[in-house]
Design a protein around this ligand. Structure first.
Ligand SMILES: [Zn+2]
Length: 353
């Protein structure tokens, strides 16, 4: 009997999304799986096999014309969906398997009573958080995390879902999908200014969704303690007020100090500390239910070490590991930015001190 509390999603077919000479390569998942097997951690977890998302599930988030366009391009052998986003002949099917990996992880966590898991990390590609309802961009085809959130709403009638996005880039697609939706709280930390250019503090949602988008744009050079300061002072109080029934994470690892596509100073153990914060929120509010989906992260060594740190946190028994606070000029700027975000969000979240 498998009694593992943590699951991971992986399938060799994810390697078939061939991007050519590109930072978002199949090698990313190869290096992650090699690392996890090297340290023997996969044996402590439940392996979850993904299934392709159905057309109906993709349509929760994407318009039919866009889905058909991706399918048609792949049938013709591939091409460039946008200047950053290559498709090969298999990409359409693998993008369905990527979205389906996250929804399968959600199902496994929701059926916990039936030998499921409490939390899971979907090691998938292509990533998703830049994909909007009608456009793929920034290496993303279908918005995996947004589809999983809609799946939670529709299949399990979940009323409050938190999506925490610590990828170094702003998840413009996820923000757009839930901008007017008060059932999904979208929280993002990201380097700013940086690709894709969105995610300023005044983007807070609209209509019924006003206050349910929380952007924390951070200066280049922000390190572990700067991120933890932002998470503790903004994410934690807002999440405790919102009280999510399920926590989803868009986990990119491109804020790592060695990442070639950005200029942040996060370390691999830092991502484990971020996961500790997510666990605290989930323990308090969502019966520990967490599903993490891989987004970016382009230095292979940094990526695999960082993913391992996240699994170490998921598998740990809640012992609190704190990072010593470092006083740097960047972190002074982070503190100022956090105050600015609080100023904007205070009208929506009364417990922001
Ligand atoms: Zn990214």
């Amino acid at each position: 009997m498998n009694t593992a509390a943590t699951g991971f999603v992986y399938h060799d077919d994810y390697l078939k999304h061939d991007t050519g000479y590109h930072p978002e390569s199949a090698e990313r998942l190869v290096s992650i799986m090699r690392k996890l097997e090297e340290v023997g951690i996969t044996e402590k977890m439940k392996r979850i096999l993904p299934v392709k998302a159905s057309n109906e599930q993709i349509e929760y988030v994407h318009v039919d014309g866009y889905i058909k366009k991706v399918e048609a391009m792949c049938k013709r052998g591939g091409g460039m969906l946008d200047p950053d986003t290559p498709l090969c002949k298999d990409t359409y099917e693998i993008a369905l398997l990527s979205a389906g990996g996250v929804t399968k992880a959600v199902d496994e966590v929701m059926i916990k009573a039936d030998n499921g898991v409490r939390n899971a990390f979907a090691l998938i590609r292509p990533p998703g958080h830049h994909a909007t309802s009608n456009k793929g961009m920034g290496f993303c085809i279908f918005n995996n995390i947004a589809i999983a959130a809609e799946h939670l709403k529709r299949k399990y009638d979940v009323k409050r879902i938190l999506i925490a996005d610590w990828d170094v880039h702003h998840g413009n697609g996820t923000q757009e999908v839930f901008f007017e939706d008060h059932s999904v709280l979208y929280f993002s930390t990201h380097q700013y200014p940086h690709y894709p250019g969105t995610g300023w503090i005044d983007e807070v949602g609209k209509g019924e969704g006003e206050g349910f988008t929380v952007n924390v744009p951070l200066p280049a050079g922000t390190d572990d303690s700067g991120y933890l300061y932002a998470l503790r002072n903004i994410l934690v109080p807002i999440a405790m007020d919102f009280s999510p029934e399920f926590v989803l994470v868009s986990a990119g690892f491109d804020a790592h100090v060695d990442d070639p596509l950005a200029s942040m100073n996060v370390t691999a153990p830092g991502f484990g500390l971020f996961t500790d914060v997510i666990k605290e929120i989930a323990e308090e509010n969502s019966k520990g239910r967490i599903v993490i989906a891989l987004e970016g992260g382009y230095n292979l060594n940094a990526l695999s070490e960082s993913v391992l740190s996240v699994f170490d946190s998921l598998l740990s028994n809640g012992e609190r590991r704190e990072k010593k606070k470092e006083k740097t000029s960047e972190n002074e700027r982070v503190r100022k930015r956090v105050e600015e975000v609080k100023e904007v969000q205070r009208s929506h979240w009364t417990n922001l001190l």
